[in-house]
Design a protein around this ligand. Structure first.
Ligand code: FES
Ligand code: FES
Length: 157
């Protein structure tokens, strides 16, 4: 059985038939081919699959696709401007070397955008607490914290 899922993805209307058991992460990667959203664990631990649903960060492996009915979905592909200008948080990760292999980076960036938009993130501790649901195997987090500080300041400016 399939049900029509209608939502807005990175600013564009989308309607697709999906099975009730389809995860949002699976819908994003396999139905929409937006493979910037990564799957690290599929068990709600790593945060690599984080996207924005109605402006709030969610782990898309934890949400059924049909729960996004009518929602505004933003994936990492939707952050930059149409001319390729990076979102301030993406630019800060680039400038601060906030990534190495890059596997965690889309989820980190999406969580950081939510953090900078909805929560206090002025201090290192606030950023570390805010990103506790996102795991990185590479960086030791130091440059990620610097990137989020810089990105959050740029977003406010
Ligand atoms: Fe969703 Fe790891 S793949 S939290
Ligand atoms: Fe490699 Fe984070 S940069 S997992």
């Amino acid at each position: 059985m399939s049900i029509a899922l209608t939502l807005t993805v990175n600013g564009a209307p989308v309607t697709r038939p999906v099975a009730p058991s389809t995860l949002l992460s699976e819908f994003i990667r396999e139905h929409l081919r937006l493979t910037g959203t990564h799957i690290g664990c599929d068990t709600t631990q790593c945060g690599a699959c984080t996207v924005l649903l109605d402006g709030r960060a969610v782990k898309s492996c934890t949400v059924l696709a049909l729960q996004a009915q009518g929602a505004q979905l933003t994936t990492i592909e939707g952050l930059a401007q149409a001319d390729g200008t990076l979102h301030p948080m993406q630019e800060a990760f680039r400038q601060c070397h906030g990534l190495q292999c890059g596997f965690c980076t889309p989820g980190m960036v999406m969580s950081a955008v939510d953090l900078a938009t909805h929560h206090a993130c002025g201090t290192e501790q606030e950023i570390r607490d805010g990103l506790e649901g996102n795991l990185c195997r590479c960086t030791g987090y130091h440059n990620i914290v610097k990137a989020v500080q810089q990105g959050a300041a740029a977003m406010k400016a």
